[in-house]
Design a protein around this ligand. Structure first.
Ligand code: NAD
Length: 352
């Protein structure tokens, strides 16, 4: 089969993971890159030996040689570019979150259905090999019915600034940026139950704490501390139709002594943790036994998860198969995120 010609739209921080994974994939070739910032696009094109450089994504999409695109732009353009790409006959891998609102998500879903093209949502946590191992064990019934999950991602200092902290371009703060990963991971491992209600709180108490010295943190490609219109903490209790529930809390900044990451799921036959490291908890001979699977890495491993995500995208394109993170899942996650923001704004539970 011919090589799949890829266009990467948005050549900031995360695009490097896409570009290097495409370079490693024997089925794909990076045919074009695009960024509003021409200098950035050209630097990436030189690094990855890419012939075609654009500053307007519409021109990239008009290139009929291109089969598929990765969308690595700010969240405010995910829906618009996804729809335009699908309409131009391209397959789409769009970074998380799918977009900013449920309304946008439904428009993207409609475009997927009309085009018949593949849209894969970049829920990269699903593509980690430990997540896939746990998913297999869940499907085999090892943990019985999973009825509770609890996830925390606390950055004590980590508001990335720039577009991340501008609600117009991001759609929200730590909830939509890092909360989306663990909410999706739990929901996926719980068997994707139907969400029915959400009770949540968001706080804007500490600002972005750009005053802090002696401690570095992740910053947007165009870091700017001046504009901060997003929450710094969010928490939520999400109820599902099958009676299961998920409790989550996430922060960009908090007066915590250290960062904290934990993702734990509990079933009636056993439980497991995936963050900070994989461990299974079961009963054997009336004894509680913790098992540490011997895998290449104990916790989430960014590079291999991205490689798996890109390999899966390429395979779906060549086989016509459906992604394990399809647009419908992106829509449900947007419904959950939207309900969290709505519940926090109203100060009451929201039904979905
Ligand atoms: N999967 C993950 O773990 C992960 C990690 C970080 C970021 N992300 C997601 O990736 C996306 C990009 O994040 P980032 O950290 O790379 O941000 P970034 O600010 O480093 O880079 C974004 C780039 O997109 C460009 N851009 C914005 N709008 C554009 C448009 N309409 N056309 C062309 N270029 C455009 C900007 O100029 C910038 O160079 C976001 O949606 C973010 O949520 C995912």
């Amino acid at each position: 089969m011919d090589m799949i010609k890829i266009g990467v739209i948005g050549t900031g921080s995360i695009s490097g993971m896409h570009l290097s994974a495409y370079r490693n994939n024997p089925q794909t070739t990076i045919y074009a890159v695009c960024d509003l910032n021409e200098e950035r696009a050209r630097a990436v094109a030189t690094e990855y030996n890419v012939e075609n450089v654009y500053t307007d994504y519409r021109e990239l999409l008009a290139n009929s040689e291109i089969d598929a695109v990765s969308i690595c732009t700010w969240n405010n353009s995910h829906a618009e570019i996804s729809i335009a790409a699908l309409e131009a006959g391209k397959h789409v891998l769009v970074e998380k979150p799918l977009c900013r609102t449920v309304e946008e998500a439904l428009q993207v879903q409609q475009a997927v259905e009309m085009s018949g093209k593949i849209l894969q949502v970049g829920f990269v946590r699903r593509y980690d090999s430990n997540a896939q191992l746990l998913q297999t064990l869940v499907e085999q019934g090892e943990f019985g019915e999973i009825y509770y999950a609890k996830a925390t991602t606390f950055r004590r200092l980590g508001n990335p600034g720039g577009w991340f902290s501008d609600i117009e371009r991001s759609g929200g703060g730590p909830l939509i940026d890092i909360g989306v990963h663990v909410i999706d991971l739990c929901w996926y491992l719980m068997g994707r139950p139907n969400p029915v209600s959400v009770s949540a709180n968001t706080y804007r108490k500490l600002g972005n704490r750009s005053n802090i010295k002696n401690l570095s943190f992740y910053k947007a490609a165009d870091y700017d501390a001046a504009n901060n219109t997003v929450e710094d903490l969010a928490n939520a209790l999400i109820r599902f139709e099958n009676g299961a529930s998920l409790m989550v809390d996430v922060s960009f900044t908090l007066h915590a002594k250290e960062d904290e990451r934990s993702v734990r799921l509990y079933g009636d036959k056993g439980g497991f943790e995936i963050d900070p490291e994989i461990v299974l908890v079961k009963e054997q001979s009336d004894t509680i036994v913790n098992t540490y699977p011997q895998t290449d890495h104990k916790g989430f491993e960014f590079n291999s998860a991205f490689q798996n995500e890109i390999n899966h995208f390429a395979n779906n394109i060549s086989n016509g198969s459906t992604p394990i993170s399809p647009v419908q899942d992106g829509v449900t996650i947007m419904k959950i995120l939207g309900a969290i923001y709505e519940s926090a704004a109203k100060g009451e539970e929201v039904k979905l």
